[in-house]
Structures are given as C-alpha cells and as structure tokens.
Design a protein around this ligand. Structure first.
Ligand code: PMP
Ligand code: GLN
Length: 383
C-alpha cells in the first residue's frame, strides 16, 4: 500500500479530487453528491446531538438503527432478520467489507472471487486479510460476467464470492442468470457470498434484487449496505451488514478491534432515513436516472461511446473515438483541456489485467443537474 518512495500512495479518488481542486475542473471523478440529502435525516442528526447521543454507542449498533435495518430489509425485499443477532452496524460499507474479509478468510489457501474492475478497497482488504484474489472480468459494453469464466474461478478453495450489485465502477446490474449461477457455485463449493449493495436504491430499470432473496442463498450470504449513497451522507460513514447470526458474530469480533463503534448521533439519523416513505426511494432513483440521461447524452454529443448504466452513480464511456489510447493520460489531459475530471477505469483493475479497459473512463452523475449540463457543454466544446 506504500509507493516506492515509502509514502502513502493516494487512492485514485483522492488523486482525482485533488486534480479537480487544483485545476478548478468540474469533479465528475469521485462519487459523492454535491447537494445535501433529506432534511429529516439531517435534522435527526442535529436532534440526536442535542439529546446527548455523543458517547460510545453499543458495539453492535444503536438498537433503533438495528430495528430500522430489519424493517427496511422486510419492507423492500421480504427478508426477515433478528436485529439482535443478524445485523451489525459498521463504519461505512468499507469497514463491513474489511471486517468481513478479516474475520472469514484464513490465510493464502482461502480465495476470494471478485469481479474486475472493482471498487479499490476489495483487493486491498483481501491482501490485508492474507487471502488470495481470483478475478472474473467484466467486459465492455454490458459488463456482465461470462458464466463459464465465473464457473472456472469458483473452486473448493473459494472462501468468498464478493459481489457488488449494482456495480461500481461500471453501473451494471447483474442479470438473474448471473445471480443464480453465483448461488449455485457457492453451494457446490461450499463458499460464502458477500454482497456489497450500497447502490441498492439507485437502480433505473427494475427493483433491486438482493442475492440473499434467492432460494438457498440466505444461509450463506452476508449483505452489506450503507447510508452514504441513499441519503447523500457519504461523510457520515454509517454502514451495516446482515446475514446468519454466526457469520455476523464473527465479523463483530473483528469489528470491535477496528473501530470498536462509531457515529453515535448519525446512527439514529440513518434510522430516520431508512423509515422514509416509498416515495423517497422512488424519487432518488428517478433523480439519478434523469442525471444519467443528461450525462449520457452529453458524453455521446462529445463523441464518446457510452455504456448506459442500469444502476449506481456511474457511467462508463469509451474515449477511443476521441483518439485516447491511455485512459489515465486522457483523464489528466481532460482536466486541463475541458475542465472536467473523470476516473480512468484502469484504476479499478490490477496492472497486469488493464488492457481491456485501456480507453475507458468513469464519470459520476451524482451532481446537480446544472453541474452536469455545464460539464456536458465543456466536453462538447473541447474534448
Ligand atoms: N462499496 C462500493 C461499491 C462503493 O462505491 C463505496 C463508496 N464509494 C463503498 C463501498 C464505500 O461505502 P462507505 O462510504 O459506506 O464506506
Ligand atoms: N465510492 C466512491 C467512488 O467510487 C468514493 C470512494 C472513495 O473515495 N473511497 O467514487
């Protein structure tokens, strides 16, 4: 995790946000919203601070949030959970991923199957857990895994199949056939499934289907989510995971020595958010779909080929028609020439497997409509 000079290598998100700050470019790189989320949620955090929720909360999480996660999973997906044993609150989805891998992997004989490109923390946390990474490629333009490649990657050495659906960075939503194959392979090879569903409410075509709802999946699946994307509170870092009590207990055993607890006043605020009416959840999906459409149209008009995402904050575009040969160099230049920052897709894959992504770029649509329109204008004028 350190560079050759012994210094911390910044993540691609930190690097590109710094580039946006130094060039004054519009930041469509790092995925964070530029507007606040629902007023009820913000007010609930202020009220919790005023009411003295400022000391260590319980290790598993504030009971109100545990209850709210259970209600949310039942309301949206029909999943029944015991808040006292089958749910754990974490410092964002990131801690849930890290603690899960540390808790459930037992050295280099354990393999973790990951779909690549992937969120950068996955490979780092697999390495920290001392486990071995096995990757299944997702290819332009639809980024669905090939079922034969998936079947070859999962073996008796597989400890965990790590799924991210809807997917960062590609915006893909896995097909029913892919989800079913993941469950079938997990059964056949006695593997666990860990699903990162932080974009669960940002889907554009059909309601989200958690893998845990598939027949035979719940008993071997840990589902992870977070309040950051749904309530536009990425800085609060309130996440959670749910699944079989023995697995959740194992993760809690590790989590208590990572952060111990966190976010006391934000936990009840996220509980308030999870209890918002269905119209809120439909509204954020509609809003993000409209933003995706504006961004996509702008990218097409500027000459990119666009892979239309079915979920998440992100759109992947191919800059090859604009003469790009190296996505990273293209992004560095784009900040200067067009005043727009984006992220090269190569940053989400290991160096030896970057060729298929060489000219692909990820743009974040989670920005105000006027910001997206201005970005589209800039891209059309000088890509
Ligand atoms: N997983 C994915 C796929 C993400 O995109 C992100 C955030 N950008 C996270 C996890 C991290 O979530 P949190 O901020 O809740 O730790
Ligand atoms: N998840 C966000 C993204 O993919 C930001 C993550 C981060 O900054 N670590 O852009």
């Amino acid at each position: 995790l350190l560079g050759a000079d012994g210094a911390v290598t910044p993540t691609i998100f930190a690097e590109m946000s710094a580039l946006a700050a130094s060039t004054g470019a519009i930041n469509l790189g790092q995925g964070f919203p530029d507007e606040d989320g629902p007023a009820e949620v913000l007010e609930a955090a202020r009220a919790a601070i005023g009411a003295g929720a400022n000391q260590y909360p319980p290790g598993r999480g504030v009971p109100d949030l545990l209850e709210a996660v259970a209600e949310h999973q039942a309301r949206h997906y029909g999943i029944r959970l015991d808040p006292g044993s089958e749910i754990l609150v974490t410092a964002g989805a990131t801690e849930a991923i890290a603690a899960t891998l540390l808790a459930l992997c037992d050295g280099p004989d354990d393999e973790v199957v990951v779909f690549e490109p992937h969120y950068d923390a996955y490979a780092a946390c697999v390495a920290l857990a001392g486990a071995r990474l096995r990757t299944v490629p997702l290819r332009w333009p639809d980024f669905q895994p090939d079922l034969d490649e998936l079947a070859r990657a999962v073996t008796d050495r597989t400890r965990i199949i790590l799924v991210n659906d809807p997917h960062n960075p590609t915006g893909t939503v896995f097909s029913a056939a892919v989800r079913e194959e993941i469950v079938r392979l997990a059964h056949r090879h006695d593997a666990l499934i860990v699903t990162d569903e932080v974009y669960e409410h940002l889907v554009f075509d059909a309601p989200h289907t958690p893998i845990a709802t598939l027949p035979g999946a719940a008993e071997r699946t840990l589902s992870i989510s977070s309040g950051g994307k749904t309530f536009r509170t990425t800085g609060w870092k309130i996440g959670w995971l749910s699944g079989p009590a023995d697995l959740v207990t194992a993760v809690l055993a590790v989590k208590q020595f990572l952060t111990y607890v966190g976010g006391a006043p934000f936990q009840p605020a996220i509980a308030t958010g999870l209890r918002l009416p269905d119209s809120f959840f439909a509204g954020i999906a509609d809003d993000m779909r409209a933003k995706r459409d504006v961004l996509g149209a702008g990218l097409c008009a500027a000459g990119f080929d666009v892979s239309t995402p079915r979920g998440s904050y992100f759109t992947v575009a191919d800059a090859a028609p604009l003469g790009a040969v190296d996505a990273r160099a293209f992004c560095l230049e784009l900040a200067e020439r067009a005043g727009v920052v984006a992220i090269p897709l190569t940053a989400f894959a290991a160096p030896e497997r970057r060729t298929p992504y060489a000219t692909l770029v990820r743009f974040a649509a989670c920005k105000r409509m006027d910001v997206l329109e201005e970005a589209a204008l800039r891209l059309a004028n000088k890509p």
